[in-house]
Design a protein around this ligand. Structure first.
Ligand SMILES: Nc1ncnc2c1ncn2[C@@H]1O[C@H](COP(=O)(O)OP(=O)(O)O)[C@@H](O)[C@H]1O
Ligand SMILES: [Mg+2]
Length: 213
């Protein structure tokens, strides 16, 4: 990670440990800690932009990648009254991609879906294929996105979350990663009902070839 910021985080944590919650300066130190973490998150997202091209691309089983990401993610759902439904097609054609980067995209979409459902709801994650594409879908029954925001959600630093919570970088980074994979990232939403994000990736090896008899 980012060494100077890691330093700020850990020295602040040392002070927090020494002071204890009753200390009048405790809340200030806590703010420094939060903002340093946030700065570190922003820095690492920006670094991702520039590192993207270096990543190695391999033929991937998307259902497998999605399954593994959900395993990492499920503990985050504990105590949240969110019902996770998975619909993963087990026989997907392979996609040429960077597994870690695509996992990052899915994780961003999942975290946003959770943020959109503070009272709980249904989270659907699906993977399927058709017309030479593999589709990953993340749908929630959350607050939804007003139509005037739909065009801006991919802008770097666009966030509707309270200070210190959102960085506004999740979707812009995800958009960049998907684009690097020659894919598309689209969203549709009905305010008050929920949102649906779809990642569409080309099947490895280009267009599906038909063998004539
Ligand atoms: N599933 C969703 N439901 C409702 N709003 C969403 C959803 N995903 C993204 N958004 C909106 O898009 C904004 C940008 O998302 P993102 O780039 O991930 O940044 P952040 O999560 O840090 O705010 C969010 O602040 C929110 O307003
Ligand atoms: Mg986000």
């Amino acid at each position: 990670m980012n060494t100077p910021l890691t330093g700020i985080c850990s020295y602040t944590q040392i002070l927090l440990g020494q002071r204890g919650e009753r200390d009048p300066e405790y809340p200030i130190l806590k703010k420094i800690e939060q903002q340093a973490f946030r700065a570190a998150a922003i820095a690492s997202s920006l670094l991702n932009f520039s590192r993207q091209r270096e990543g190695d691309y391999q033929p991937l089983d998307i259902a497998d990648m999605v399954g593994e990401t959900l395993e990492l993610f499920e503990p985050h759902l504990r105590g949240r009254r969110i019902n996770l439904e998975r619909r993963l097609d087990g026989t997907l054609p392979r996609v040429n991609g960077n597994r870690g980067r695509l996992q990052q995209v899915l994780m961003n979409l999942l975290l946003n879906a959770v943020d959109a459902m503070p009272q709980g709801g249904a989270l659907t994650v699906a993977a399927g294929s058709g017309s030479g594409r593999v589709l990953i879908e993340v749908a929630d029954t959350g607050v939804g996105i007003p139509s005037e925001h739909l065009e801006r959600i991919y802008d770097p630093f666009f966030t509707t979350k309270p200070r210190g919570r959102g960085t506004g970088l999740g979707l812009s980074v995800s958009y960049g990663i998907v684009k690097e994979h020659a894919g598309t990232l689209t969203a549709e939403s009905t305010p008050g009902e929920g949102s649906r994000f779809v990642v569409s990736l080309p099947v490895a090896g280009g267009a599906v070839r038909r063998v004539s008899a």
